[in-house]
Design a protein around this ligand. Sequence first.
Ligand code: CTP
Ligand code: MG
Length: 333
Amino acid sequence: DLDPLPPMTPEFLSVLNKVCEQCYTDFAPDELEVSVREHILRDLESFVRRQFPGARLQLFGSSKNGFGFRQSDLDICMDGNCIIIIESLARQLKKHPGLKNILPITTAKVPIVKFYHIRTGLEGDISLYNTLALHNTRLLASYAAIDRRVKILCYVMKVFAKMCDIGDASRGSLSSYAYTLMVLFFLQQRSPPVIPVLQEIYDAKKKPQVLVDGWNVYFFHDLKTLPSCWPQYAKNTETVGELWLGLLRFYTEDFDFREHVVCIRQHSRLTTFNKQWTSKYIVIEDPFDLNHNLGAGLSRKMTNFIMKAFINGRTVFGTPIKVFPPLYPSQME
Ligand code: CTP
Ligand code: MG
């Protein structure tokens, strides 16, 4: 019961394309902002080492996966040859003059300490031994490096999610990470596909095993050789604007949420029945931790709210309107 969309005009498609490109140029951090993040990391590492010699801090999430915003939080993973206790880490961070609002959270799946970095206004959290997150960050970064459209679409998706207020897992919706997986899945399922399934490419007869926390984190990352390993390479020539509208249509018209799982680790369809995850409507499987459904925390109400945002998005971006050229300041008086 979706309204049919009127035919797309080339003019409107070109506007759509510009809007998508703009999301990327407006929100991506520049080199300086990237290096500020590294600097904060090194500073924090040397500070926590006073209390925990042998500790190691690494950035992950959007500071490293290629889809970072200027104001994205700092996701930091702490590990090393020492026993780290979250409360004593928090106590140590409270002594740092450059930080405030230190808050340990021990009840979450992965315990973290939250902080606010005063000089930059960036928020961050330090999680302990979050090794799988380091690997899924590398996986996302590899996808981002394959094609510039991947990067732009993930930015567009994140802007869309923030604007529709559906992109905050701590308030009951989905995380940025979940939306990124939805974009990647769409790009893998597009015909011809924009990106391959990196976890399914290998030269050996059998998929190599690289175990981390009991899960296989293998994926193909020798991207230079991808053109010869993946026959579909560069076959898809759609513009970002076409792909964005394609994505909204895919998730509102084609993809059957009741039956299928958003799953980027294999090309063939995975069903909610296979996974025994039939009680949820939006099911997004983590690419490595196969027991993790990123939609598990959604209420029915929130699920409807998210689906409505996609349906409205499809109408807004799929209905050509006459676009006037911008006014110049001299014309505005
Ligand atoms: N992560 C995860 N499982 C989740 C949520 C997050 O493994 N359920 C990991 C992923 O490595 C993700 C990182 O935590 O990249 C950070 O998550 P999040 O802050 O939601 O996403 P970002 O990509 O950092 O986006 P943002 O710019 O909004 O911070
Ligand atoms: Mg983040």
